[in-house]
Design a protein around this ligand. Structure first.
Ligand code: AMP
Length: 233
């Protein structure tokens, strides 16, 4: 039996983190199209440069490029028993493509989990987040214990100022995703989510596949709700 799960939710709803928990519990890998695109950063071909420019502006990569990168990922041996999609599909064209592709393999989308979050909270979760080299996450607004945060004005007084974050104990410089550092880009991503993903929510709801999860709870509580939703799929 294969298990294909689609994780949906606005930027900052905790999709990446919950995907890791599903991955560990069900033995299927997380496939994040955002991560696949970010991994192209080290490449310097035309496609990689195009993708970087689109991501930096907060817009969506075109559907053909996105679908192709997903098909490629699903063909890898670790994805044979299913995957958790994080950030894909982002619109109906991608959803229809995915359903067709899975059907050809004799599989289907088993469940769609929608992590629901207030949009102002979503903005602060993305704008305030930084991470350490070992992948631990902190947040200026919600999780600042052990971190020294400073807003540093840039030379040209561009707004917002740069967020400098260091671990108090080791002085390790914490990293911020470039697409989280721009308020404009975050708002654009939230807008895009609302515009393009809402029809997708309606689409999956009509198929009876949508499970709504309250994402404004502790990580453990969200995880408990997700497990319940997947058991009843
Ligand atoms: P994410 O990490 O999911 O927020 O994705 C970061 C960026 O990668 C997005 O703002 C888009 O530019 C691009 N991207 C990720 N997934 C998709 C997708 N399914 N379709 C189009 N663009 C995507």
């Amino acid at each position: 039996m294969s298990l294909y799960v689609v994780l949906m939710g606005v930027q900052g709803a905790g999709k990446g983190l919950q995907a890791k928990l599903i991955e560990a519990r069900f033995g299927i890998p997380q496939v994040s199209t955002g991560d696949l695109f970010r991994a192209m950063r080290t490449r310097n071909d035309e496609l990689a440069r195009k993708v970087q420019a689109i991501m930096a502006s907060g817009r969506l990569v075109d559907d053909d490029t996105t679908n192709a990168i997903v098909v490629d990922r699903l063909a890898q041996p670790d994805a044979k028993k299913g995957v958790i999609f994080d950030g894909y599909p982002r619109n109906q064209i991608q959803a229809a493509f995915l359903e067709r592709h899975l059907q050809e393999k004799g599989a289907r989308v088993n469940a769609v989990l929608l992590l629901e979050l207030d949009l102002y909270v979503a903005f602060k979760r993305a704008f305030g987040r930084v991470s350490s080299d070992e992948g631990k996450s902190y947040n200026y607004y919600y999780n600042d214990a052990g971190v020294d945060f400073n807003w540093v004005a840039s030379d040209d007084s561009a707004f917002p100022p740069r967020l400098d974050a260091r671990l108090s104990a080791s002085d390790e410089n914490l990293r911020r995703r470039p697409d989280d550092a721009s308020a404009d880009a975050i708002i654009k991503r939230i807008d895009t989510f609302l515009e393009t993903t809402q029809p997708l929510i309606t689409y999956f709801e009509a198929q009876g596949k949508l499970r709504k999860i309250n994402a404004d709870q502790s990580i453990e509580a969200v995880w408990a709700d997700i497990q319940r939703a997947l058991e009843t799929n």
